[in-house]
Every structure is written in C-alpha cells, then in structure tokens.
Design a binder for this molecule. Sequence first.
Ligand SMILES: NC(=O)C1=CN([C@@H]2O[C@H](COP(=O)(O)OP(=O)(O)OC[C@H]3O[C@@H](n4cnc5c(N)ncnc54)[C@H](OP(=O)(O)O)[C@@H]3O)[C@@H](O)[C@H]2O)[C@H](O)CC1
Ligand code: K
Length: 510
Amino acid sequence: MYVVTGEEMRQIDRYTMDQIGMSEELLMENAGQAFVRHLVSSLSQSDDILVLIGAGNNGGDGFVIARLLLEQGFKVKTWVIPPEEHIKGTAKLHMNLYRHCGHPVSNYQTGEAQFSDELKDCSVVVDALLGTGIKGSLREPYVKVIEQVNKARKRVISVDIPSGLLASESGGERIGILADETYTLQAPKLSAFLYPGAGNYGELHILDIAIPKRSFEEVSPHRHLITEKKVQATLPQRLGHIHKGQAGRALVIGGADTMPGAPTLTTGACLRAGAGLVTTVIPSRIKYSVSQKITESTFLFLKDRDGEMTKKALEEDIPFEQFDGIAVGPGLGRKIAKSVHPLLYGFSGPAVIDADGLFHMSKELHLWSEKPRQSPTIITPHPGEMAMLTGCTIEEVEKRRFQCSREFALKYGVYVVLKGPFTIVTTPKGDQWVNTTGNASLAKGGSGDVLTGIILAFLLQHSTVTDAICNAVHIHGKLADKMLETHDIISVNASDLILTLPEVLKSYRY
Ligand SMILES: NC(=O)C1=CN([C@@H]2O[C@H](COP(=O)(O)OP(=O)(O)OC[C@H]3O[C@@H](n4cnc5c(N)ncnc54)[C@H](OP(=O)(O)O)[C@@H]3O)[C@@H](O)[C@H]2O)[C@H](O)CC1
Ligand SMILES: [K+]
C-alpha cells in the first residue's frame, strides 16, 4: 500500500488513463461505487443525506455517489456549491448522467438560505467539494460553506480528502472540513498523516477503485503504509533447534543516577521481544536498583562520574565483539561529554541510537558524514530530538516530517524512525514506511525506551532491517491499542506495554 502526494496521484491517474486505457469516466464511476458500497451498511433509510458538490472531479465523484444512493432508495439532496457552469469535463458528464436519471440538483448560488435550512435538518453530509486539485488558499464560496458544515455538527464523510486541505501538507491554519470519516481513493495522501490536518480526516478508510498496480509501479512513490498483513507475514519464526545465542546477543547501554528506569525498560522490552541474551551496561552506582528489576539479563557495571558513565569507560570497558546488536542512549545522561560514533564505528552489527545517545550524536555529526558506519545504524528521534539533529525548529520538523527524515537518512546513511502519531521509518535509500497503530497513551516517559528494546530484539531475529524496524514500530503501537481495551488513555505506563507484548505477539501468529 502506497502513500502519495497529490502530484504522484495525478501521475498515477494519468498513466492509468493514457497507458492502460481506463477512462476517467470509469475511474470516477468506480470511486463512487466503492464509496457507496462501503457507506451503505452504516446508513439508514431514514437518514437525510446532503451531498455537497464542488467544481472539479471530486465533485464528479459526488454526482456518482448521489445517483447511486438515490437509486438505492436513500433520501438525498444534491447541492452544487460553485456556479454550475464551472463544472466541466468528466464531472460534467457525470452531472448529466445524474440528471438524465431524473434526479434533481439544487444550486447554492441561488439558494443559500434553503441550503442553510437543509443543512440544519440533515443527518449526514457527504463532502465532495474539493479533493487533490485544490491550489492556494481556499476561496469563496467554499470558505463559508465549510465553516457552516463544521458548525452544524452532523455526521460528515469526506470523499478522498477533507475539502480545503492540501494533499501533501500538514494543514496549519487552513480552513478544512472536519470529517468524521474520510474515504480516500486507492492510496492515502500525505496529509492524512501530518497534524494538525490529519485531525480533519476522522477515521481513514482506503477504497480500492481498481487502479492497477502497474500504474503505481511506473510512478514508484517511495512511501508505503505498514500493514498488519505484512507484519504478520514477516514476524520472525523460532525454529525448533535454535539455541539462545542464535536468537541474538543484545547489548543495552544506558542509565544514569537520575534515570535508572530507562535502560530497565529497554532491557525488559528487548527480552520480551525475543532476544536470546541481553546484557545491560549501566553506571555502577545504580546497579542495585536496576538489577533488582530484571531477572533475565546479565550486567556490566561501568565507572561513573556525576552519576553518568564516563566516555573513557564506555570506549574501553565494553567487550563489543561479544554482541550481535546494540542499543545505546536510554537514560545515558547529558551532563558529561560522551561520543557515540567511536563506540559504534568498529562494531559490525546493527546499532540503535536513542534518547541521550542522539544528543551526543548531534554534537559529532561531522564524524557520521566523514566515516559512515558499514553496518545498519537506526536512530529513533522524537520531533524534539529530530530538531536537535537537523538544526530545524520542532514546528518545521512537524510540518515536514516526511522530507526532514528522508533528507537526514540520505545524508548520513542511517535508518530514521521519526516518532510521533504516525511514526515514519526511513531507510538510508530514502524509502519510507508510515505506521498507523498506537494512540496518545504513548505520549508518556518510557514508551520510547520500550520501542528501542523491541527494535533491538527484532533486528537480531528478522532477515531484513526494514522489516525488523517496521514490525517493531507497528507492534509497539499495537501494545498501546491493546492497553486501551482495559485501561484509560491517561493511565497506561511504559512497563504495561512490556507486559502486553506476549499477548499481542501471539495474536499475530497464524
Ligand atoms: N485518484 C483517482 O484515481 C481519481 C480521483 N478522482 C477524484 O478527482 C479529485 C481530483 O480532481 P480535480 O478535478 O483534479 O480537483 P478537485 O476536484 O480537487 O478540485 C479542482 C477544482 O477546485 C477549484 N479550486 C482549486 N483551488 C481552489 C481553491 N483554493 N479554492 C476554491 N476552489 C479551488 C477549481 O475550480 P475553479 O472553478 O475555481 O477553477 C478546480 O477546478 C480527487 O480528489 C478525487 O476525488 C476522480 O474521480 C478520478 C479517479
Ligand atoms: K472532499
């Protein structure tokens, strides 16, 4: 499943029409058919449905939807919002088809007052005003109509994207329909995953309108959705004759006197996510508090100063060659200078850098570009850490989540896991994967430490790095979703996620 910009979707449509030979009329009919097929089970014959039509092909989809709903006996009122002569091409063809079936159209230009009354009295609004073709700031009469619809608090279902939003941008101050559900056509658009605009989408559904795979392969968008099906198919199997060393020897480096919990969580998650052996490297002074909480890992206690492990101890006292993968950073501390590059450069396995590890990395980026690691490096920043690494503001990162992580991944040859709602995984080649599991309960200290542990464990058990990271991100979100079945959203703790791992992982087995 691809995630596309408006421009990519246009190219895909073009290829489908020009090279494959499917006409726009057919695609529009397919879009309306798919929309109605999915919608009818949630409609009742007593619903009063208002279909709002704009000037372009999104409006054309609206005519198909209105016709099909009317033919099935639903009560539908169809409102054309711009002057009718603005409707051209394929949308006009479907308007005529609709009319030839004997169905009526009302026009907002001549019936504003009646429109307000009908909006007040309806129960469902189908928003087919504007889709991927919108350019620049929203113009009248759409501004007024969209504000009116948002105030009316009806059940609103958008076709393709909530009208007013741009397909590829985060929304910001834009006026847009506040939809309860959005039925997007064939492939989700970037704005479905970029806040604040993502909040306008409501529940996102993806409709298959029969655009062939070939059209996507020709345009080749580099973004994908992480799907449950793919996770299920690629989760590691454990063979009957495997021994613990073959399930991965993991090393977790972190912790300081004020942060004993972070490496504890990472280690706990790493064990529950299947690593064969885990060794936790922490400063000596927290050895009792951490080791009491973890039964199954072994420890290495390093010399510390001011409550943090020293640069020298980190570089000289760890037998890196005994391990298959490393996670460095959870609770590592920032008080005393440390360097991550020299620790990892000579290490031949995958390495995850998180939390304070990213702080130290941000001070030595020249080393990462001068001497890139040959083995996979995975960084797991939240937007604040991404801002620190790139020198952008957090707002810029949030606005340009896709571009920002891609630029960094390409420049430094690393995998970037940009956390947040809809975490984005980017490979060093620039391919991107968007995660849709998880919820706001994860906005709490410690949940990132758990993710780091799962990523490390999965890296040691998957055959590809990308699958390992995507599956870890997906499962981590799923833990939070599972917790909401029994817990309130504000009371899920990071350690609860680890306890839920066995049940969630088991639910993915065939
Ligand atoms: N993906 C597919 O395979 C298919 C998608 N379909 C649907 O088509 C739309 C995209 O259609 P398009 O005609 O390109 O664009 P829109 O319908 O989104 O809107 C274009 C009209 O909107 C007016 N416009 C543009 N910018 C603004 C603005 N800032 N404010 C107000 N109005 C604006 C403009 O009209 P004018 O009269 O002002 O010129 C444009 O004409 C896609 O989203 C799907 O829903 C098809 O069904 C085929 C299959
Ligand atoms: K729309």
